[in-house]
Design a protein around this ligand. Sequence first.
Ligand SMILES: [Zn+2]
Length: 138
Amino acid sequence: MSTTVKIKLPQPDDLDAVFYETVAKTGKLCIQHCKDCGTWTHPARYYCPECASENFAFEPVSGDATAHSFTISHFTVEPAWKDLVPYVTIVAELKEGPRVIARTKMKGDEITIDMPIKLDVEVIAPEFSYVWAGKAEG
Ligand SMILES: [Zn+2]
């Protein structure tokens, strides 16, 4: 029998807070995009890693990605997650370039490195959203 335990939400700050606020406001995965050279960056930085510009915005991305890596967690110390183990976490590489950590409902034996996946977001609070990875259509 499981009990309901409230998940403790992360409290992002600085540019991480801006990232999550933009995702919550738009309902879309929005990544930092340099307005001077077009580089996509995640996690967000105050200066573009390519051209050092401070001129950026958080803009929606395609969600098209590949599975760069993944791990299967069989243990958690977080009480709210105990009913979820084992669960899979994916390092997804977006078509735009940056890598993003994502949850998935896929099992470990359903995932192969470099397989196409699709990312989407689930807004659970104004200051935090989950990024979900699923199988790419087609
Ligand atoms: Zn740039």
